[in-house]
Design a protein around this ligand. Structure first.
Ligand code: MRU
Length: 354
């Protein structure tokens, strides 16, 4: 836990980056220590650390640790091994653009300082990773302030997956908005979708909210339509892994279903989205790579399997919600409403603020 009593998703122990093992939560709080690009990539792939901004921060540390580890090599070997580090991290998960954003930022820092002694370069890259981590928390707090203005006292807010402190360096994006709303004195209550198949909602979102006494009710993914039809949900707030230039939003599988239901019931559908999650290189959401995860995750959970052997299984981990269903993106630089998105003005907004 950090000074505020919140969970520390990633912490620096002076030599290594430690990540809370999100596969074990909420039953056990154990940290996994990583000291190289490969060990960080393995942790990302295995879902020790997950959530778009947290993956980006972890990748930055992976590069910095690789530089520290290689700083006594001859320069040609350093360059070769560092490039391998970038490659292995870039291959760890495909959908969250924050991973690639963080790698680009580290690469830029490297090239700006490429003439320096390797030990100095390693220190500079380590400082860059620390900065990315600290900035992420500041960005989430800013998003929280903007997002909290959209919620009313007494609102019952649905979220899908975990866009909390655990998905970031701290505070969270969607859950950061709930935290900020509560800090500003609003009484809100959260509905957490269980989020099949990896159960980020049941295990992580529910846990984070319970830790902080923010009222939370867990539902299975197929219950939200019923609750909406009964007038029991006032708003939806989710996070995102990548937003295309036209405002299409990739997020955890099932988000699209929630957005369609929200539209049907006239419920605002908000997306908490740091600018680092917007990918202007993709014109629409059709270009967003969607990760397919192992069939094992759909067959059951941990050691309990309920599907018959031999059954065909699909496991796309994300889906894309078209911009027309998004009421607003909540960024650290302000709120981007649906008209701005559908008029194609997201590009201008991002260019102005990045
Ligand atoms: O597969 P995951 O757990 O990494 O998916 C995470 C999500 O879909 C989150 O909603 C998204 O990364 C935003 S986190 C602030």
């Amino acid at each position: 836990m950090n000074r505020d009593g919140h969970v520390e998703t990633l912490r620096w122990n002076g030599r290594e980056i430690e990540m809370i093992d999100q596969r074990l939560l909420p039953a056990r709080k154990e940290y996994v220590a990583c000291n190289s690009a490969r060990s960080v990539a393995d942790a990302i792939r295995a879902m020790v650390v997950r959530g778009a901004p947290a993956i980006g921060v972890a990748a930055a540390y992976g590069i910095a640790l690789e530089a520290v580890r290689l700083s006594e090599e001859i320069p040609s070997r350093f360059t070769e091994k560092m490039n391998d580090g970038f490659t292995v991290l870039a291959a760890s998960r495909p959908t969250a653009v924050n991973l690639f954003w963080a790698l680009d930022r580290m690469k830029k820092r490297w090239s700006e300082n490429s003439g320096r002694p390797l030990a100095d370069l390693a220190s500079i890259l380590l400082q860059e990773a620390h900065d990315i981590r600290a900035e992420d928390i500041r960005i989430n707090r800013k998003m929280g302030q903007y997002g909290a203005t959209l919620l009313k006292d007494g609102d019952r807010v649905l979220t899908h997956c975990n866009a909390g402190a655990l998905a970031t360096a701290g505070h969270g994006t969607a859950l950061g908005i709930f935290r900020s709303a509560v800090e500003s004195g609003k009484r809100i209550s959260v509905y957490a979708d269980e989020t099949r198949p990896f159960l980020q909602g049941a295990r992580l979102t529910a846990w984070e909210m319970v830790q902080e006494n923010i009222p939370v009710t867990l539902i299975t993914d197929n219950m939200s339509g019923y609750l909406m039809s009964r007038g029991e949900i006032d708003a939806v707030v989710v996070g995102t892994d990548r937003v295309a230039a036209n405002g299409d939003v990739a997020n955890k599988i099932g988000t699209y279903m929630v957005a369609v239901l929200a539209k049907r019931h006239n419920i605002p559908f908000y997306v908490a989205c740091p600018l680092s999650t917007i990918d202007l290189s993709l014109a629409t959401g059709n270009g967003i790579p969607i990760e397919e995860r192992p069939a094992e995750e759909v067959k059951g959970f941990r050691n309990c399997h309920w599907a018959p052997e031999g059954v065909a299984i699909r496991n796309p981990a994300f889906d894309v919600t078209p911009a027309e269903l998004v009421t607003a993106l909540i960024t650290e630089k302000g709120i981007v409403d649906n008209k701005t998105l559908t008029d194609g003005d997201l590009v201008g907004f991002v260019k102005k603020h990045r």
